[in-house]
Design a binder for this molecule. Structure first.
Ligand code: AMP
Ligand code: DBH
Length: 539
């Protein structure tokens, strides 16, 4: 059985193969290329994993999962933090043709429930140290709802539980991998989303592998690359842009930081002589502040390249990076759906400071549409439309949503408002999708509105972005309630439903009615304007 997804049309698939983008190799090739090497591949707070161990442990874990009935076409729900096990598990599952969803470690019951409902996982691999698994309340609920969930394997198990480490360290004889076909689904990526339930993005081996190799070329990763992963390991950016998979492909080493704070990262950079890392803009601000306050810039002397993406980087912040950190800046504008843009290492300073780069592939087709879907000339702001050799063709099991965000030629409308200059470089000018980008962490407004409206005293709720100096954006919930209710109560209500902390509204505003547009939708533009006015008055 293989997992369903929307394939590329045959003529495009042929073109992508002819041009050498699609190599018809499974992603597990990445863990096998350096299998004989004893060089370190991934270093976390607990262990150093060599390339040979990564290959061997993922074989051994795969053999154990196979013995428990894992089959090609199965799915698995995974939630692991920044630890070596993330990639042991990732490769083990792919070696069996089992497709994982990798939840972020910040995700809680609500997100995991939504993913499980969509993929109906046969396996759960999660961390007992995560608060939602510290007792069995949520776990019992999950297995009651999902009879197909037959095996759970714990990182940091309680006594007498099936432990991840004990499985991957158990010797096996002659395991033969059976990955899914290279032009089929390898795993699911998470969408930042704008809808009530988070959507899943099927990624094939061919398309994802190409985006990794293309990124490695552009970013010039080699076996001498020493990469610090300070972002959540499951995110598309540190997975593939070029991320840890790019480092593994090139033969370098990745060091995993538990968080992106300067206190955590500066010491790791110094100790491991890190050459490259990836951050979101708010982390850059904190790093620059720490450098100024502590005068610790010499700790970062090995750093050659700082990638910044996930949210818009202001020109003023960008300019401080080469000057104050003393390394090169690369802007990265990517999405888990596919398309990734980079400024190139040899671009001029102005291009690097003021644009979000250009696509990986000569066959990434990117254009700007007006509201009627007509193409706009260069340097004009409109909707980003794209298709290409590593941009997906449809969300998993979401025909209605797909009909809305793809045009008839298979171009995906990301919801970003951009302009493209004559050189093909993109600047991100805004957003049309109903999402808040809280310093790189995406919040789908509808998801939070639905959860708020489950409260018996709430009649109507609308979540909008408000400007924030550090995070770029924060979230504000406008609420119409039946009776007086406090912000703390609503926060508690949301926490009880188990959502990631970053999704909790930063501010609540209670109001009599929500303004509507002529077609009867909540007028969020007006609400955002109101917040700007408020801010001016309070300033
Ligand atoms: P996701 O759907 O979570 O993969 O997030 C992808 C979205 O993040 C993009 O569609 C953009 O809205 C936003 N994004 C990513 N990188 C940048 C960037 N460098 N500048 C502005 N927005 C970005
Ligand atoms: O924000 C993103 O999703 C993102 C940013 C940079 C991404 O998916 C990527 C690079 O690959």
């Amino acid at each position: 059985m293989s997992i369903s997804f929307t394939p590329w049309p045959a003529e495009l698939a042929t073109r992508y193969r002819e041009k050498g983008y699609w190599r018809d190799l499974p992603l597990t090739d990445i863990s096998e290329r350096h299998r004989e090497s004893n060089r370190p591949a991934i270093i976390d707070q607990e262990q150093t994993l060599s390339y040979s161990q990564l290959a061997q442990y993922s074989d051994q874990l795969a053999a154990q999962l196979q013995a428990r009935g894992a089959q090609a076409g199965d799915t698995a729900l995974i939630q692991l933090g920044n630890c070596c096990e993330f990639y042991i598990v990732f490769f083990a599952l792919l070696k069996l043709g089992v497709a994982p969803v990798n939840a972020l470690f910040s995700h809680q019951q609500s997100e995991l429930t939504a993913y499980a409902a969509q993929i109906k996982p046969r396996f759960l691999i999660a961390d007992r140290q995560h608060p939602i698994f510290s007792d069995n309340r949520f776990y019992d609920e999950l297995i009651a709802r999902h009879p197909e969930l037959q095996h759970t394997i714990w990182h940091h198990p309680h006594e007498n539980e099936c432990g991840l480490q004990s499985l991957y360290t158990q010797a096996c004889e002659g395991f033969t991998p059976t990955p899914s076909a290279a032009d089929h689904v390898a795993f699911f990526q998470l969408s930042g989303g704008s809808t009530g339930t988070p959507k899943l993005i099927p990624r094939t081996h061919n398309d994802y592998y190409y985006s990794i190799i293309g990124s490695v070329d552009i970013c010039e990763f080699t076996e001498n690359t020493r990469y610090l992963c300070a972002l959540p390991i499951a995110h598309n950016y540190p997975m593939s842009s070029p991320g840890i998979l790019g480092v593994l492909y090139a033969g370098g080493v990745s060091v995993l930081a538990p968080d992106p704070s300067p206190t955590t990262c500066f010491g790791l950079i110094e100790h491991h002589r890190i050459t490259v890392t990836a951050l979101v803009p708010p982390a850059v601000s904190l790093w620059l502040q720490a450098i100024q306050e502590w005068n610790f810039v010499q700790q970062l002397s090995s750093l050659r390249l700082l990638q910044v993406g996930g949210a818009k980087l202001s020109e003023s912040l960008a300019a401080r990076i080469p000057d104050e950190i003393g390394c090169q800046l690369q802007q990265v504008f990517g999405m888990a759906e596919g398309l990734v843009n980079y400024t190139r290492l040899d671009d001029d300073r102005q291009t690097i400071l003021t644009t979000q780069g250009c696509p990986i592939s000569p066959d990434d087709e990117v254009w700007v549409a007006d509201e009627e879907g007509n193409p706009l000339p260069p340097n004009t702001t409109g909707r980003l439309m794209t298709r290409g050799p590593y941009t997906f063709r449809g969300y998993y099991n979401s025909p209605e949503h797909n009909a809305a965000c793809f045009d008839q030629d298979g171009f995906y409308c990301s919801g970003d408002l951009i302009a493209i200059n004559e050189q093909g470089y993109i600047t991100v000018e805004g957003r049309e999708k109903d999402q808040i980008n809280r310093g790189g962490e995406k919040i789908a407004a509808e998801e939070i509105e639905n959860l708020l409206q489950r409260h018996p005293d709430i009649i109507h709720a609308a979540l909008v972005s408000m400007n924030d100096e550090l995070l770029g954006e924060k979230s504000c919930a406008f609420v119409v309630a039946k009776q007086t209710i406090k912000a703390v109560q609503l926060r508690r209500h949301l926490r009880e439903q188990g959502i990631a902390e970053f999704k909790l509204p930063d501010r609540f505003i209670f109001t009599e009615v929500l303004p509507l547009t002529p077609v009867g939708k909540v007028d969020k533009k007006l609400l955002r304007q109101q917040l700007v006015e408020d801010n001016k008055q309070n300033a």
